[in-house]
Design a protein around this ligand. Structure first.
Ligand SMILES: NC(=O)c1ccc[n+]([C@@H]2O[C@H](COP(=O)([O-])OP(=O)(O)OC[C@H]3O[C@@H](n4cnc5c(N)ncnc54)[C@H](OP(=O)(O)O)[C@@H]3O)[C@@H](O)[C@H]2O)c1
Length: 336
């Protein structure tokens, strides 16, 4: 098939393009080309979606399938639909579980209530001021794709996407840290749920969907694990023999200003209780439609290999530095 990837220079969209090429498809990527390179064999059409009608370079081209990963702009989605939607055989829109209004309830499926759609665009820094804007814009973008493409629309609500090439540094913190062994500070939240999907499995399913013309709305998320079980499996898969997990009670983490989920001085994957349902979505519809998450151990080993390639001592975007972790463990001793 002839596939258009709106993106293709980084992480998921790059993995989709690479998987499609591996299967022998013709792949066109449309991006600025500033975040990275498209996979060998793909053709890059330079576009800047920030500009009005920024994808006009694609007008008149015909694609069997299109994959769009637009994050925070409803207009980008409309522009793309206008440029190539009429002739496209299939349209994947990569959305997010952030579309759901209720972040507390575990086990929600695709029928759960969404945020009120906001048909706008917003620069990423505004996500912080308006926590629901990302989900609300994704909800409006989904609606636009469904209205325009009907049964040709494949909406994938992704949760945490992990794996080689992840630029967020979140998931990789744990295999990297645990591979070094010693006393590893972990949040004392073993019963919390965590849920992720390997980028390669999501990419493969997106390419399958284009090949099979699979339509509908899906939670494209992986298997939910207890956080405690996740740490145990990480130790078993990639841990140094002297690894000792040290659960740090939540009041200590709070007092020491350790953040949840992402960013500097954080415990990645750990969530506040008010977001307990965020990493526990129902993926049964996606599994029935062919999503095949690989075993956690395989992802952990491959992510560690990627971490080693990047360098374990590099500055990270997420997690604790060695000095911050040592300080946290000292604070724990003083308090106990
Ligand atoms: N990561 C997660 O855990 C997670 C969770 C839930 C949902 N998602 C969703 O999953 C998708 C991830 O996509 P991704 O991994 O490919 O990363 P991404 O950062 O969302 O995609 C960026 C792509 O868009 C292109 N792009 C950015 N600005 C552009 C512009 N002005 N004009 C044209 N192209 C532009 C980039 O290329 P250039 O910069 O080279 O132009 C790049 O190829 C997104 O839809 C995201 O919302 C991610």
């Amino acid at each position: 098939m002839r596939l258009l990837v709106l993106g293709g220079t980084v992480f998921l969209s790059h993995a989709v393009a690479a998987e499609a090429l591996r299967r022998g498809h013709e792949v066109v990527c449309a991006a600025r080309g500033t975040s990275g390179r498209v996979p060998d064999g793909a053709r890059l059409v330079k576009v800047d979606r920030e500009e009005p009608d920024g994808v006009r370079a694609l007008a008149g081209e015909r694609f069997d399938a299109v994959v769009d990963v637009a994050t925070m702009s409803h207009r980008w989605v409309l522009d793309a639909l206008r440029a190539v939607g009429a002739d496209a055989g299939h349209w994947t829109f990569v959305s997010s579980i952030n579309v759901y209004a209720d972040a507390v309830t575990a086990g929600q499926d695709e029928r759960a209530r969404l945020h009120e759609p906001i048909a706008e665009e917003a620069p990423p820094e505004e996500r912080i001021q308006h926590p629901y804007l990302y989900g609300a814009i994704k909800a409006a973008s989904e609606q636009a794709v469904l209205e325009r493409m009907g049964e040709r629309a494949f909406i994938v609500r992704s949760g945490l996407i992990v794996g080689p090439g992840d630029v967020s540094d979140r998931f990789g913190y744990w295999p990297a840290r645990i591979s070094r062994g010693g006393r590893v500070a972990v949040p004392d939240a073993a019963d919390q749920t965590t849920q992720w999907l390997d980028v390669r499995d999501l990419a493969a399913w997106i390419v399958d969907a284009g090949e099979q013309r699979l339509g509908g709305v899906f939670n494209g998320v992986g298997t939910a694990h207890r956080l405690g079980a996740f740490f145990d499996r990480t130790v078993a898969a990639v841990g140094a023999p002297d690894t000792e997990l040290v659960p740090v009670p939540l009041p200590v983490l709070e007092a020491e200003k350790v953040e949840y989920w992402r960013g500097p001085r954080s415990m990645p994957l750990w969530m506040p209780d008010e977001d307990a349902g965020f990493c526990a979505h129902d993926n049964s519809k996606a599994l029935a439609a062919g999503l095949r998450p690989r075993p956690a151990e395989e992802t952990l080993r491959d992510v560690l290999a990627d971490e080693l390639r990047l360098g374990l001592d590099r500055d990270r975007k997420a997690g604790l530095t060695a000095a911050e972790e040592a300080e946290l463990l000292r604070a724990l001793e003083v308090r106990s």
